[in-house]
Design a binder for this molecule. Structure first.
Ligand code: CUA
Length: 202
């Protein structure tokens, strides 16, 4: 989905970079393979003549290994910096507690308030999460955030939504037969609307 948090651009850039470079590498390997396949096809040669052996010069090998290693190191550095930023909410973040529990929709008394998470746009929001039954994972694809929610333990994530709107929440950890229906919605409001909603919320 289109990005709707301040993390989205960085995550998408790294994602596209890794996939793009991997595709280029795979294409290069495939082309070299096809060339060698054609060049050294057994039926084309006189079996009495041996093909001269070619050894890669050490310098070329060092360059190739260096490029590959530097790519992985670069991606790792980008990833670590993003991870670090995602793990450390700003001090002024709004803190919201999250309790995960499967089959909450099944309660006959109409308790559905946990389906919707209402937050303001343009302000950091920090979630403090725990579970009442098994391991779940709170996943908001549009925000590019996902984190496990564990029983008997608190975990946290934070995000800053950029655009008012509604964004799906999924559970990204298989938690039983109701896993695929364990869904919710983040409702992002203009800050003024959010304040008004806070006033009238019970
Ligand atoms: Cu909760 Cu899957």
């Amino acid at each position: 989905p289109p990005g709707a948090s301040t993390f989205a651009d960085d995550v998408d850039t790294l994602h596209a970079l890794v996939i793009g470079v991997a595709m280029l590498g795979a294409t290069a390997v495939a082309l070299v393979s096809l060339f060698l396949l054609r060049r050294y096809r057994a039926s084309d040669r006189d079996p009495t003549i041996s093909v001269p052996r070619w050894a890669m010069p050490a310098r070329l090998e060092a360059v190739l290994v260096g490029i590959v290693s530097a790519s992985f190191l670069g991606w790792w550095l980008m990833g670590v910096r993003q991870y670090d930023r995602m793990r450390d909410p700003p001090g002024d973040a709004i803190q919201i507690y999250v309790v995960a529990k499967q089959w909450m929709f099944d309660y006959p008394n109409g308790q559905t308030q946990a389906d919707v998470l209402t937050v303001p746009a343009g302000r950091p929001v920090s979630l403090v999460m725990t579970s009442r039954d098994v391991i779940h994972s709170l996943f908001v694809p549009a925000f590019r955030v996902k984190y496990d929610v564990l029983p008997d333990r608190f975990t946290t994530i934070w995000f800053q939504a950029t655009e008012p709107g509604e964004y799906p929440i999924l559970c990204a950890e298989f938690c039983g037969t109701g896993h695929s229906t364990m869904r919710g919605t983040v409702r992002v409001l203009d800050p003024a609307d959010y304040e008004a909603w806070l006033e009238q919320a019970p």
